[in-house]
Design a protein around this ligand. Structure first.
Ligand code: NAD
Length: 725
């Protein structure tokens, strides 16, 4: 066997070391699945083997789960052969069932993270020992890519910890740290890191039982199953909760619940077959296909620098200056310090710079308290951030990022002063959220090294960074900016310059469409509910409150100034202008926006009805579906416009960027996948219906009409085009 090494010791205990060759992390590749049945057969039939311990040969972890690349290569090619898919899905379930019924005690020595299929392998062992390390996580995160556990997890975890706890874990995809896993009943023992194998062998030698709890005649499902007075509550309440979270957008969540409901009523062998059926059914849905592609495969490619210009040597930024120690600057300083980059944090006065560093300290303290940092590491990281007002300290920086006030003159001044300290080849990045990069680069004496590096708030939590190219930005600056983003473990997309760039521009249309609906007479509560029902994280009015209403008014003024006669105010803007300028309602930041924030939960502001009268009282299912689609289409049309204007040119960046930056309904796989899956022709026809009804903002660009006429798709036409350029 290529992936498993077997060493039988003097006591007859086989140590099975899982170690996929040529990879830094174990995953359940097609080859591993092929070898699994033979491994189990050997344990079962080799008389020299009295018991077995499964561990990992990787320093990085036990196993990260199924190899989605392998899985998707068959899946995305769309072979559609159900029986073959079922047989492939059953391979793992069949092998793991054989393992737990092999008649010999099997223990898992979990010496690193075990996620998804990785944890499922251990759940099929009779005993689980895990090392006490802050790096170890155990969980079933499949739901995050539109799937659910298909290696027995839905049945074994449920039987171990009960329906409620198991459903909560599997429907959220959350993970446990070792001690929490022990507390939850997922593992049996937590031991000092490095002694897992020893402890697992000790359990076998101590007479460990070779029977799973569910194969014991006296087994009772913890908390009760569907025909138990308490157990049924989990399904009644659980169904409602799942519906509330997913709005029925995720077949994986519904099928997970079905697999658990049906599976807990039958013995394990039948339960596993039920799980495999629902798993394959889920795998074949467009939602799973879109999510696996965007949220896993494409994201991983971007994380590895898929769009990095070719032929430029790799750089490794060691010292980076951040100018402006406010909310964004301090957040940037934190993430880069964490990545081991020496950080100079500059502000106008020492107090402001110190305040920024204090924020870094606060975030580091959180990690310290969670055991993710040692005191020594904490001290070293904090010391690597220097708060100052002294521009001389910039010297030797590989990169400078400015995050000062959103003001052209201030930014120009900072650019000049910083560039005076920079050596040739160092890059200057602006974190502006609205000002076009080409214009800002006019203040630069080296515009080929000037670039937009747009972080999102809060910087420590948001995974995406949007890199924006000015007209003169050169390939070396792009490569260096990408090397930096990859080093700080964020996902980069590279877009071309334009008003609002890619993410803010498209996100803005969601918020603006909510305003248009308000002006048309839709009830504000309905508008926000519709937004959430589409799968967006929040409704358009709530999100507008979050980003601040006064910011919208400011951006509108700036845009009007810049565009002159060409400026067209967005629908409903007058409502927001009045709220800000006449009534001092700035949004969540001053507790007053579309909602009042002095109560929990927040309440819709009663005065809104004076500014926008509700005239539409219809809420038929047809209207709901139509208006949900309207909100998604409006954003997707803007993405298509960005594409035609050259702001964005890679389907992966468009999809991953949309989901990570502004929460575009993840179940769609992103706006480009959504357009492809609807079909260009149908998409264009429906957008035209909306354009006739609501206005030209829904009119699709010519590119889409041409593609529709030729029966093309974005992924078919453009996949790999940017990489090859
Ligand atoms: P902020 O007001 O919290 O911080 C700005 C900081 O810059 C302040 O500490 C200020 O003292 C400092 N500053 C101002 N002039 C300076 C100068 N001449 N030299 C040195 N420091 C100076 O603002 P923020 O929210 O952190 O935003 C900063 C930048 O990031 C803006 O360009 C903004 O558009 C952009 N941005 C903000 C967000 C967001 O959600 N807040 C998101 C993305 C990008």
């Amino acid at each position: 066997m290529e992936n498993f090494k077997i060493d039988v010791d003097a006591d007859g205990i086989a140590l099975i070391t899982f170690d996929v060759p040529g990879r830094s992390m174990n995953t359940l590749t097609g080859k591993v699945m092929d070898e699994l049945p033979a491994l189990v057969e050997r344990i079962k039939t080799d008389d020299a083997i009295k018991g077995a311990v499964i561990t990992s040969g990787k320093a990085s972890g036990f196993c990260a789960g199924a190899d989605l690349g392998d899985m998707a290569s068959g899946l995305l090619s769309g072979s559609g052969d159900l029986q073959a898919a079922y047989d492939a899905g059953w391979k793992m379930n069949g092998a793991l069932r054989a393992l737990e019924t092999c008649g010999k005690p099997v223990a898992a020595a979990i010496n690193g993270l075990a996620l998804g299929g990785g944890l499922e392998v251990t759940l099929a062992c009779h005993y689980r020992v895990v090392g006490d390390s802050p790096k170890i996580q155990l969980g079933l995160p499949e739901i995050k890519v539109g799937l659910f556990p298909g290696g027995g997890g839905t049945q074994r975890l449920t039987r171990l910890i009960g329906v409620q706890a198991a459903m909560t874990a599997m429907s959220s995809g959350s993970s446990w740290r070792p001690n929490d896993a022990k507390g939850a009943g997922v593992v049996h023992e937590v031991v000092p890191a490095g002694t897992e194998v020893e402890a697992a062998k000790a359990w076998i030698k101590g007479g460990g039982k070779a029977v799973q709890p569910w194969d014991d005649k006296s087994f009772k499902l913890p908390g009760g199953g569907p025909y138990h007075p308490a157990g049924i509550q989990n399904f009644l309440v659980g169904n409602a909760m799942i519906r509330k979270q997913s709005y029925g957008n995720y077949p994986a969540v519904t099928n997970l619940m079905k697999a658990v409901y049906e599976g807990t009523q039958v013995p394990m062998d039948a339960a596993l077959r039920i799980e495999t059926r629902y798993f394959i059914k889920t795998l074949m849905t467009p939602q799973a296909q879109g999510m696996i592609r965007s949220l896993f495969l494409s994201k991983q490619e971007l994380d590895k620098g898929a769009v990095r210009p070719a032929g430029i040597p790799q750089s490794d930024p060691k010292k980076v200056t951040v100018i402006g120690a406010g909310m964004m600057g301090a957040g940037i300083a934190y993430v880069q310090a964490l990545a081991g980059i020496q950080t100079i944090l500059i502000d106008r006065d020492q107090d402001a710079a110190d305040k920024g560093k204090a924020h870094v300290e606060e975030l580091l303290k959180k990690r310290l308290s969670r055991g993710q940092l040692t005191q020594d590491k904490f001290d070293a990281l904090l010391a690597s951030v220097v708060a100052t007002t002294d521009y001389d300290q910039i010297k030797g920086s590989d990169l400078v990022i400015e995050a000062v006030f959103e003001n052209r003159e201030i930014k120009a001044d900072v650019t000049k002063r910083a560039e005076a300290q920079l050596e040739a080849g160092a890059v200057f990045g602006s974190n502006t959220s609205t000002l076009p990069i080409t214009g800002l680069a006019e203040a630069s004496v080296r515009p080929e090294d000037f670039i937009g590096i747009h972080f999102f708030s809060p910087v420590d939590k948001m995974m995406l960074v949007e890199i924006i190219l000015g007209e003169k930005t050169g390939p070396a600056a792009i490569a260096k900016a990408l090397d930096y983003i990859i080093k700080i473990k964020k996902t980069p997309i590279v877009v071309n310059d334009g008003r609002g760039f890619y993410t803010s521009r498209c996100f803005g249309t969601y918020v603006a469409e909510g305003l248009a609906m308000l002006e048309e007479g839709y009830a504000p509560a309905l508008i926000d509910n519709l937004g959430r029902m589409t799968g967006m994280p929040r409704g358009p009015l709530e999100m507008h409150d979050d980003v601040a209403l006064d910011l919208s008014v400011k951006i509108a003024k700036q845009t009007a100034e810049d565009l002159g006669d060409a400026y067209v105010p967005i629908e409903g803007h007058e409502i927001v202008r009045k709220m800000v300028e006449d009534l001092g309602r700035y949004g969540r930041k001053n507790g007053k926006g579309f909602y009042d924030y002095d109560t929990k939960p927040k309440k819709l502001w009663s005065g809104l009805s004076d500014l926008a009268t509700v005239t539409i009282n219809d809420s038929t299912p047809e209207l709901i579906e139509d208006q949900k689609r309207r909100l998604l289409y409006r954003q997707a049309v803007e993405v298509a416009k960005c594409w035609e204007e050259g702001v964005i040119d890679d389907p992966r960046e468009a999809d991953v960027g949309a989901i990570l930056a502004w929460g575009f309904a993840p179940w769609t796989g992103g706006p480009i996948t959504m357009i492809d899956q609807i079909g260009l022709k149908a998409f264009v026809e429906q957008a035209d219906v909306y354009a006739d009804r609501y206005g030209d903002r829904f009119r699709v660009p010519q590119l889409l009409r041409d593609m529709a006429a030729k029966g093309e798709t974005f992924y078919g036409k453009f996949a790999g085009v940017k990489a090859a350029a």
